[in-house]
Design a protein around this ligand. Structure first.
Ligand code: ATP
Length: 527
């Protein structure tokens, strides 16, 4: 069948997709609040822009994300060790790293709506709209050709798709050229040439593009006049670089080796929107891997693949992830890619993997006067190691997992259940223990099971309301297993285990429960 959409229809379809995405996103935000995952910061004082607090379930999920990352980096790699450096650091560190002079975002205001935007984000959003057109062409063709549809062939031969792709490539190239030349007037002109309008006012009445430094400054010392200006760290990486020698020598580390760190970072983001996707105070999980010069691109490839495997081991479908190789490389990098995730508002960066050359160690050597080098006994020479960085946001990972997992399902009897299909390894509670009724010795038996398992698993005990309602409550907070204690439990020593995603139930001996849960919450092995 061939549908000939007129532009009005296309507009209507576009709006309904947008409305769906928006509804979905609103549902994510309200669910997170309703069930104690995430609250706006300082809410009783009307909140603070782009700052959030993690509630009783949010902190569990967040801690599990951090633990999952820490284990796969530090515990499973002999040559990676951890670090916890202070947030306050010597101000010269930020001069050396380039953040004082160049940690800027290009901002632009719309004079009619008085709204402020990041110029690069406006251009990215414009590109995303063209990508959406390509996707539509593909979806239409896939419907038309059915099983015979060959996507690869289609995107490399269809005239309309090629035209869209050409446009994207030209915009990317122009944008990279302007950013590399720090040509702010050119950037404004590109926004005008592309016909980008303000999403609020719908006009092209833009101010000039200006640079804005994202670091928060504060003062250290009791006398304001004499005190030094400090910066709240905008990334955790520099704490690793300045401790390179300490860790290498005290840990007798041999290149190649890595240092991993999880910690808070602060950025005065211009446009802080999209919930916990872009926050002013957030958390990063970063690992700097020190290698012999000349081997960095091999290691870059290794970490690029390894990090995607880490994501896929959570069981989220591979189509939700994609690489975005950078055309515009930061001045210190010789290769860079992002792992992007399909959030409710489209594909966006979740993690960055960068080959940072010897830039950071060399700069800190220069600024501190201390030689940050490594003596390689196999080569019998001193050198400044090259660095591969993997850097991922805890909060963005949270949002990815949470938004992907949240869905409303219509059941066979027509009722709707809300289920949060979190990867079991990350779920706040691994199981809920539920006595079928509040009498006949069932609560006591259920408490015994809690005592048996609570040292190994985070559990919730619940005896209120009918069992069906209790199952729904656990579905909504992502608990992978419900363990129901019934009258038979007292005689057979077995319980019913209900699976969150399939709602299937099976009988399991109490003595087997621990092994059963261990098995069920493991990450998937991906090769
Ligand atoms: P973006 O282009 O989205 O601003 P970035 O390229 O500046 O991100 P990096 O400096 O590479 O981000 O930081 C590494 C990771 O830290 C990102 O992939 C992201 O997951 C996380 N991150 C960065 N900025 C924020 C923020 N403001 N809020 C939440 N997470 C963030």
């Amino acid at each position: 069948m061939h549908f000939d959409y007129n532009s009005k229809n296309i507009q209507t379809i576009k709006q309904s997709i947008m409305a769906n995405q928006e509804d979905m996103f609103k549902k994510v935000v309200s669910h997170a609040k309703e069930y104690g995952f995430i609250f706006p910061s300082s809410e009783i004082y009307d909140g603070l822009g782009a700052v959030y607090d993690y509630g009783q379930l949010g902190v569990e999920l967040k801690n599990n994300i951090k633990q999952y990352w820490w284990k796969s980096m530090v515990q499973y790699h002999e040559n990676i060790v951890g670090l916890d450096s202070a947030i306050f650091m010597h101000p010269r560190i930020w001069k050396a790293s380039g953040h004082v002079d160049a940690f800027n975002d290009p901002l632009i205001d719309n004079k009619d709506s008085k709204k402020r935007y990041r110029a690069d984000v406006l251009i990215e959003d414009h590109i995303a709209k063209i990508e959406e057109k390509i996707k539509k062409e593909c979806d239409k063709a896939a419907k038309r050709f059915g099983d015979a549809f060959d996507r690869q062939q289609f995107v490399t031969t269809n005239a309309r798709v090629l035209e869209h792709q050409k446009q994207i490539d030209e915009i990317h190239a122009k944008y990279a050229e302007l950013m590399n030349a720090n040509d702010l007037a050119g950037l404004k002109q590109l926004i005008l040439d592309l016909g980008i309008v303000c999403p609020i006012s719908g006009t092209r009445n833009w101010t000039d593009v200006r640079q804005f430094n994202l670091m928060f400054a504060t003062k250290m010392g009791s006398v304001i006049d004499d005190s030094d200006t400090l910066y709240l760290r905008p990334e955790t990486a520099q704490g690793i670089f300045v401790n390179f020698l300490n860790v290498q020598k005290s840990g007798r580390m041999k290149v190649p080796f890595g240092i991993a760190q999880i910690g808070k970072a602060f950025r005065n983001e211009i446009v802080a929107r999209q919930f916990i996707f872009r926050m002013r105070e957030f958390e990063q999980m970063e690992m700097q891997f020190f290698v012999r010069p000349g081997t960095e691109l091999e290691w870059f490839k290794y970490w690029k693949e390894e990090r995607l495997r880490w994501h896929l081991a959570l069981g989220i479908p591979a189509v939700k992830y994609r690489y975005h190789d950078h055309e515009k490389l930061a001045h210190y990098a010789n290769a860079a890619t992002d792992i992007e995730f399909e959030f409710p508002f489209g594909f966006k960066e979740l993690e960055g993997i960068h080959s940072r050359t010897d830039f950071d160690l060399s700069r800190h050597s220069e600024f501190s006067g201390k030689k940050l080098q490594y003596f390689d006994s196999e080569l019998n020479e001193n050198y400044t190691p090259y660095v591969i960085e993997t850097s991922i946001g805890v909060d963005r990972t949270f949002l990815a997992i949470f938004s992907h997992g949240l869905k409303d399902e219509t059941l066979e009897d027509g009722s709707v259940r809300t289920v949060l299909s979190l990867p079991p390894v990350l779920a706040p509670y691994k199981a809920a223990v539920l006595p079928l009724v509040k009498k006949d010795g069932l609560p006591e038996k259920a408490r015994e099971i809690v005592d048996l398992l609570k040292y190994d698993f985070m559990l919730q005990y619940d005896e209120k309301d009918a069992i069906g309602r209790r199952y729904r409550r656990q579905d909504a907070i992502g608990t992978p297993y419900c363990i129901t204690v019934d009258n038979d439990t007292l005689t057979t020593g077995s319980v019913t285990v209900r699976h969150r995603d399939t709602m299937q139930q099976e009988r399991v001996a109490i003595a087997q429960l621990s092994a059963y849960l261990h098995d069920g919450i493991k990450p998937i092995k991906v090769n």
